[in-house]
Design a protein around this ligand. Structure first.
Ligand SMILES: CC(C)(COP(=O)(O)OP(=O)(O)OC[C@H]1O[C@@H](n2cnc3c(N)ncnc32)[C@H](O)[C@@H]1OP(=O)(O)O)[C@@H](O)C(=O)NCCC(=O)NCCS
Length: 148
């Protein structure tokens, strides 16, 4: 999982505190859980997989996904880039790396849900190619999907 400057890497006992210290801006807190909470939730979700996002050898973000019904689909559960590293293209490249990784496993679809609102990630996902399915989850989140 490597391109010249951005890589998805496994989190270890040595790096977990550093990854948990990555954070969004205060205004973005309602759009994504903290990495500590995400890793704790993964402990209870057998299909969860997560990686740290590195850029130029520094940790800059976190991504987590899980099963989504059938083997050809995955659900993007979390994606975040630390507020000090946003807007540099890292989020988009990390997502592309994840899609390539999943393609290698025969996956053909990635779904996600997001919290709508000012400063939220909807436009980021649309620009990447995700399309709304029209589905609204019980928690008020909107579903989007990308096929590849
Ligand atoms: C959403 C997020 C992961 C994007 O990561 P990023 O590294 O800042 O995004 P990139 O720099 O790769 O941006 C790629 C493109 O999306 C656009 N974009 C990024 N965030 C955007 C936003 N919130 N609204 C509109 N456009 C956005 C960028 O302008 C860029 O477009 P361009 O190429 O035309 O300039 C990051 O902003 C983040 O962590 N947000 C808070 C947590 C969150 O909402 N996560 C999603 C939970 S479902």
């Amino acid at each position: 999982l490597d391109t010249p400057h951005v890589a998805l890497r496994a989190i270890s006992a040595e790096t977990v505190r550093e990854i948990c210290a990555l954070e969004t801006s205060h205004e973005q807190l309602r759009f994504v859980a903290t990495n500590s909470v995400s890793i704790a939730q993964a402990y209870f979700e057998p299909t969860a997989e997560f990686r740290a996002i590195y850029a130029h050898e520094a940790s800059v973000g976190f991504v987590m996904w899980r099963a989504d019904g059938d083997a050809s689909s995955r659900f993007l559960w979390r994606l975040m880039i630390d507020h000090r590293h946003q807007g540099k293209g890292y989020g988009r490249i990390a997502l592309r790396l994840l899609v390539e990784h999943l393609q290698g496993q025969g996956v053909r679809q990635l779904r996600l849900s997001f919290v709508a609102g000012e400063g939220g990630p909807e436009e980021f996902y649309r620009a990447f190619g995700f399309e709304p399915t029209g589905e609204l989850l019980h928690n008020g989140e909107h579903v989007m999907r990308l096929t590849f």
